[in-house]
Design a protein around this ligand. Structure first.
Ligand code: SME
Length: 154
């Protein structure tokens, strides 16, 4: 995907979020647009922080056994605790990794933050090793910022 295509995707996600009737619908639309646009995004989901747990919201891909992840666990828990994007090129070499599907090879987790507080995160798995680069990080951090606006207006 070219930078221009990614700009178009951000524009499409921005307008879908803006016209969504509520934050749940906004998250569902963002997940759908990301999953449809990028073939190597094998699993796309959003977790929301509820107390000390991340709770799975909208997702596309195989059902995950990890519907509630305590903050101390997994790559998801690490990204929320560190308040920073985490890219893992080889999930099987990362001791933090909680397996969702045997096919998954790499993962990116991007916190959704408002005023320094984590509201949730975007979690994407790929069946391709080392699938996620700077362009994915930039794209997903932009989408996370749009979702943060939507979630904080609740
Ligand atoms: N792999 C994640 C768990 C979520 S599933 O990938 C959907 C983790 O290690 O936190």
């Amino acid at each position: 995907m070219t930078d221009l295509d990614r700009d178009d995707l951000v524009t499409a996600i921005r307008s879908a979020i803006a016209s969504a009737p509520n934050p749940g619908a906004a998250m569902t639309q963002a997940v759908r647009l990301l999953k449809d646009a990028i073939p190597y995004y094998s699993w796309v989901g959003i977790y929301l922080l509820d107390g000390n747990e991340l709770v799975l919201g909208p997702f596309l891909g195989k059902p995950s056994p990890h519907t509630r992840i305590p903050l101390g666990n997994g790559i998801c828990g690490a990204a929320a605790t560190e308040k920073a994007t985490i890219v893992v090129d080889d999930v099987n070499a990362d001791p933090r990794y909680l397996a969702c599907s045997i096919e998954t090879k790499s993962e990116i987790v991007v916190p959704i933050m408002e005023d320094g507080e984590v509201l949730g995160e975007i979690d994407i798995d790929s069946d391709t090793p080392a699938a996620f680069g700077d362009a994915d990080r930039q794209l997903l951090e932009q989408v996370a910022a749009l979702l943060a606006e939507s979630l904080s207006e609740e």
